[in-house]
Design a protein around this ligand. Structure first.
Ligand code: NAG
Ligand code: NAG
Ligand code: NAG
Ligand code: NAG
Length: 504
């Protein structure tokens, strides 16, 4: 019971405190509202006395929108510059505040930018005298779905569109109020996504590129006869604007922006109607460090692992395995990079580099194969057996009428036919060079053998020669190919530093 009473008392205290706070707040509000129509002269009959500001606002809005058609353009006010002509186009100032980059998709050529889009124009239908309306110097009118005739839009808005659009700015920007001055100046700013389709420039230096994308803004339905565009503030853009703007931990950052007014010539059907657009050139700076850390260094390491094969003994049998692993790793690193690029015919820096490293990795595999081939070679020349058959036959066909070498050659042919496995008919002591040496290398016929399993002394002698060839190839690879690779890598890196310093 007691605790209940205490609770009740506490609740009462809290509500009364809140009430008094509310009263104080209201008092302040009332005070500020009292100050509105300080003294109204009875003499000025048109000036009404407003009880409070919201009443004045409501009346003003009702008055301004009374005969307002949101489908018609702002009326033209004659000025001395155009000789009081009753017609001139409405000028729209366009300004974009670039807030941050959300996405740069190089593969699909798309960009997603978080921006604040601002349109500024004059509509004299929406002007008033602040004196008459309790000193109100700002009004807000609701605009929905971007331009024009939406049911809930209250005023006319220009139908400026993104010409190279991925998504229309009518849908990618938030609905907001347009703020209006007593003179009829309208400031309409909306936060939202600018999603253009880009024709990227500068990708060939990937990953050291500064990509450039052009954004084209202009009225879609109104030609330059009716609407003219101008960059707001002379520049047409601004960067930042709040504490949450800018990028961190992202691949792309804004580099430079420029805006330019371009006027397309009129179509022949209407020679007076040219088409003004504002072109924003935006360049993005890519962080190249992840590519160096992730792919470039690993590719160089895989290549060096591949080169290590040149020093491995052939008998160990790991040589081919190692070089193939190194090659596959280089290919895998390349695949990751390729997925970040469009499949275009142009070669980027990174693609050139991975082609280089794959070529060298491929060389390691091929070199391993060739060296093992020579290392186990026992015949005295490298002409394949079938060619030897053909060549052995041709002079014989020419000479057979004389009958001289017929017996010997038929013997040897018989030998091949009767002893295709070559395990008995061949000379075991190497005394018959024409036969035993020509057909000496048939390792595949004899099953597995080691480098020092020889059937004849001649084979052993031949093999010693071939092993020298193999070691020459290895020395060539060690002394020429490895330094060549290092030199080419240096050339690539020098190119990078040049590219990297040139824009700075
Ligand atoms: C109101 O009356 C005072 C004098 O009575 C005069 O000085 C002032 O200009 C008047 N204001 C307006 C808006 O007519
Ligand atoms: C403002 O004036 C209107 C009309 O006189 C009235 O209905 C409304 O309650 C007033 N608002 C405030 C906050 O005093
Ligand atoms: C204004 O009038 C002058 C002379 O009457 C003429 O030369 C000029 O072209 C006119 N300008 C426009 C914008 O009509
Ligand atoms: C709006 O009107 C004001 C005053 O006449 C002028 O200074 C300003 O340049 C106009 N703005 C536009 C966008 O036409």
């Amino acid at each position: 019971m007691r605790s209940g009473a205490l609770l009740l008392a506490a609740a009462l205290a809290v509500t009364s405190a809140a009430h008094s706070k509310l009263l104080v707040a209201q008092g302040i509000e009332e005070e500020s509202m009292d100050a509105i129509p300080a003294e109204n002269n009875a003499t000025s009959s048109s000036t009404r006395i407003w009880k409070n500001k919201s009443e004045a606002q409501a009346a003003l809005r009702a008055h301004l929108l009374e005969n307002y058609d949101r489908g018609s353009m702002p009326p033209f006010v004659p000025t001395p510059e155009n000789n009081g002509s009753e017609y001139a186009p409405t000028t729209i100032e366009v300004g974009i505040n670039f807030h941050r980059i959300l996405e740069v998709d190089v593969v699909r050529s798309e960009v997603d930018l978080l921006t604040w889009m601002r349109f500024i124009w004059n509509d004299t239908r929406l002007s008033w005298d602040p004196e008459e309306y309790a000193g109100i110097d700002k009004l807000w009118f609701w605009v929905e779905s971007g331009a024009g005739m939406s049911e809930t839009s209250e005023i006319w808005t220009p139908d400026i569109e993104l010409w190279n659009q991925m998504e229309s700015i009518q849908t990618s920007y938030a609905n907001t109020f347009a703020a209006v001055d007593p003179s009829g100046g309208i400031f309409w700013s909306r936060p939202g996504h600018l999603k253009p389709v880009c024709k990227f420039v500068g990708l060939e230096r990937f990953p050291f590129d500064n990509l450039e994308c052009v954004i084209e803004l202009g009225s879609w339905g109104h030609s330059g006869k009716f609407l003219r565009l101008e960059p707001f503030d002379g520049t047409g853009f601004s960067i930042g604007g709040s504490d949450t703007s800018g990028e961190s931990f992202s691949e792309f950052t804004l580099d430079t922006i420029s805006a330019e007014l371009i006027i397309y010539p009129p179509y022949p059907s209407d020679p007076l109607a040219d088409w003004p657009v504002i072109m924003y050139s935006i360049s993005f700076h890519r962080s190249w460090q992840p590519y160096i850390r992730g792919y470039l260094i690993s590719q160089i390491i895989f290549n060096i692992i591949g080169f290590a094969c040149f020093w491995l003994p052939i008998q160990s049998g790991e040589r081919l395995g190692l070089s193939i692993t190194a090659m596959l790793s280089a290919v895998a690193a390349d695949l990751v990079v390729v997925s970040k690029l469009p499949s275009a015919s142009e070669l980027t820096w990174m693609q050139k580099f991975s082609m280089l490293s794959q070529a060298f990795a491929g060389y390691c595999v091929l070199e391993g194969v060739i060296v093992s081939y020579f290392y186990f070679q026992v015949s005295n020349n490298l002409v394949p057996n079938y060619l030897q058959c053909i060549f052995a036959r041709m002079p014989k066909l020419g000479r057979s009428p004389s009958g001289e070498p017929l017996g010997a050659s038929s013997d040897s042919r018989l030998d091949i036919l009767t002893n295709p496995l070559g395990n008995s008919g061949e000379s075991r002591d190497g005394s018959n060079p024409s036969n035993g040496e020509s057909y000496g290398r048939r390792p595949s016929f004899r099953g597995p053998r080691d480098a020092d399993d020889f059937r004849t002394r001649q084979e052993q002698k031949n093999n010693a020669g071939w092993q020298r060839v193999a070691s020459h190839i290895d020395s060539f690879s060690q002394l020429v190919v490895v330094p060549l690779y290092l030199a080419i890598v240096c050339v690539f890196l020098v190119q990078v530093t040049e590219h990297h310093e040139s824009p700075a």
